[in-house]
Design a protein around this ligand. Sequence first.
Ligand SMILES: Nc1nc2c(c(=O)[nH]1)N[C@H]1C(S)=C(S)[C@@H](COP(=O)(O)OP(=O)(O)OC[C@H]3O[C@@H](n4cnc5c(=O)[nH]c(N)nc54)[C@H](O)[C@@H]3O)O[C@H]1N2
Ligand SMILES: Nc1nc2c(c(=O)[nH]1)N[C@H]1C(S)=C(S)[C@@H](COP(=O)(O)OP(=O)(O)OC[C@H]3O[C@@H](n4cnc5c(=O)[nH]c(N)nc54)[C@H](O)[C@@H]3O)O[C@H]1N2
Ligand SMILES: [Mo]
Length: 773
Amino acid sequence: MAVIKPHAAHWGSYDAVVEDGRVTGIRPFARDPNPGALLGAVPDALYSRARIDQPYIRAGWLRGERRGAERGDRDFVPVSWDRAIRFAAEASAQVRAESGHTSIMGGSYGWSSAGRFHHAKSQLQRFLGLGGGYTTQVTNYSYGAGMTLMPHVLGTNDVIQGPVTDWSSILKHTRLMLCIGGLPLKNALVTAGGAGAHEYVPWLKQIAEAGVRFVNISPFRGDAPDFLDAEWVPIRPNTDTALILAMIHTLVEEGLEDRGFLATHCTGWDRLRPYVMGEADGQPKTAAWASAITEVPLEKIRALAFEAARLPTMLTATWSIQRAEHGEQPWWALVALAAALGGIGKPGQGVTFGYGSMNGMGTPRREIPSVSMPASRNAGGLSIPVARVTELLERPGEILQYNGRDITLPDIRIIWWAGGNPFHHHQDLNRLLRAWNRAETIIVQEPWWTAAARHADIVLPATTTLERNDIASSSRDRFVRAMHQAVAPVGQARHDHDMLADMAEHLGFRDRFTEQRDEGAWLRHLYERWRNACRHFDFAPPGFEEFWETGHVEVPPPEQDFVLFEDFARDPANHPLNTPSGKVELFSDTIAGFGYEEIGGHPRWQPPIEFLGAELAARFPLHLLSYQPATRLHGQLDTGRVAAASKIQGREPLLMNPADAAARGLADGAIIRVFNDRGACLAGLQVTDGIRRGVVAMATGAWWDPEQRPGRLDVHGNPNVLTHDYGTSRLGQGSAAQSCLVEIEAFAEALPPVTVHDAPRPVADSPMALALS
Ligand SMILES: Nc1nc2c(c(=O)[nH]1)N[C@H]1C(S)=C(S)[C@@H](COP(=O)(O)OP(=O)(O)OC[C@H]3O[C@@H](n4cnc5c(=O)[nH]c(N)nc54)[C@H](O)[C@@H]3O)O[C@H]1N2
Ligand SMILES: Nc1nc2c(c(=O)[nH]1)N[C@H]1C(S)=C(S)[C@@H](COP(=O)(O)OP(=O)(O)OC[C@H]3O[C@@H](n4cnc5c(=O)[nH]c(N)nc54)[C@H](O)[C@@H]3O)O[C@H]1N2
Ligand SMILES: [Mo]
């Protein structure tokens, strides 16, 4: 008989159908108006050949080959849980005693799973924090540059993280939406912490039907769904700053800027204006000037400025725009444009970052906290901006500059990851691997043999969410969802919490780690904490038993529209922003004071090293965009049927304009080699006129499958072998993955197989393995 288990994931809430102890089907959550296709891959992932069946240790590590050893050689020795836990615990104790807490890198960046208790990274960080501290990572890959910048400019990150001016306000008040990076459908498949209701498409359809005009400013037409009937402005990548500055120039030239708002709500217009008009540097930022950089026609740039001045306009840029060299600039410039239009804080107007970046952005939601683990401490620790992980490993003892601070980089001896995949998320993977190999012990907790697990020394198999009980909850979703355990752990997999509790036992702090609660007691505890917190927000969730039985709690939608910065717009004196001036900082003395030459006191155009206008484009004439995948969440679900169906002869598709394909003699469906000085990968060619000339696009997330020979060709199609690893600037130090030039040619050799979805063959019958089993 089939049993139904309520469950949840970042890509959607669902009911698991369980028969004879196996998940045999998935039904979308009945309250989800627009469930996503990724759910279909859930059973595949659960029972994938790539599940890690038991703990392993790299044979070389056991032989004492540690610092500088080559990883990824696949000589894994199966070991018992007891041994694996003892080795990991002892290695950490030794490093703490000899080199101090910061020699353990436990930043462990990554999305983990939706469940808030078994959230792998939170569990690991709690463990490492109680153990004395560790080197951690701050900010994120999503909008690391933006979230460092915006507190200087707007005094908050609400404009990125929410709550932002909601769809309901846009529906009633907006007439024009200028969307830099578009409003992609694919990105709205997911919500961090669990997508209970996918409300993005229903809202966008309603707004389009109300007659709002959309403009998709992007190299890729597919960034706007057809039903928006958006105008496509195919801009050159990484040149949005020039376009925005020229729109401001046009406004000033025509006397259309909102002088009142600039005077009463902003500081620094007196510094930005002369730059825009060319009085400061001799180069007026005219539409003609920007047209040469962006390849957007001059008349179009001017028309967009006029239209935005005439109609109630919402400006938005995706998070991707700042994931580029000088990524702070287009976002800062867009704030300046919103200020010049005077729309900040008006219903349906102003600026927001990321309407098109994730489900839940803009969804009307009452201000209610979400269920979460208590924050853990890191008393003896240190933090680096997340995307500087390779430098951390490469440059012990040296200084890293970040947002006005000098950070002395520690000597990392242990790298410990749970719930993230650096060989998915980081740039320039060949360089990362060289730096990674400098560590002495690498511990990875993973359900699957991802590249991170394959490049570890101690591999600890974790359960997936379907193998445990949990609670899903997100600050951007209206549903808190019960996640019932559906099946027994696969193989010898254990919960991250349980393996860490056993390690804490070895190290003498088990009770402090578990607080003497088991899984059930923790879930009740977290739920009750949340229930109490809700009281302050005039919301009374049911008791735990009722919640668990029902499978969810619904937070009712708000009665009123939300408009970000409404109070500030109305009364800036009594509702100042949290910036030094209390106003929008079009010039920031703080940033100018850092003295970084690559980012000054106001937004400005600076050509990146890698873009189509750069010298390097002579050798590598194609700009590669590596966007979020429509067929999975990052590397997660890559082993499932949805991702498999999209691949071309098993390789990740790459989109290319017909003219670029013809110039290289390439036909649709061909297997191609994508390369630059940093690396090379294979891809399957998809020819489309929906991408502008000179630009190619490839989603992230195909598992890295490097050949084990010089050149390390990735045979599967992970764009991060090509992307570069400089920070956006010393201010944000964010990932700059979208600034990347490549060349492409036909792949003429025999096609190597993709083997990365198979488990590596263990060295099971060696004497060492027998001794350790
Ligand atoms: N080129 C390029 N690179 C990018 C981006 C880009 O736009 N272009 N985008 C970047 C962005 S925005 C992000 S957020 C990052 C995402 O990078 P990550 O968050 O690192 O990517 P995921 O594949 O989601 O990694 C999560 C890992 O956790 C594992 N996991 C899931 N549940 C559990 C669990 O319960 N226990 C344990 N132990 N493990 C679990 C999964 O198997 C998976 O391997 O990628 C970044 N990388
Ligand atoms: N299905 C699915 N959805 C996801 C994720 C996933 O892995 N899968 N990941 C989630 C995560 S972690 C995050 S942070 C968000 C990220 O959200 P975003 O960063 O907004 O997503 P991307 O897909 O990287 O980029 C959006 C679009 O920006 C365009 N673009 C890139 N560079 C430029 C440029 O220089 N100029 C202009 N005008 N356009 C440009 C690209 O065409 C791209 O399609 O997505 C989330 N949503
Ligand atoms: Mo992200």
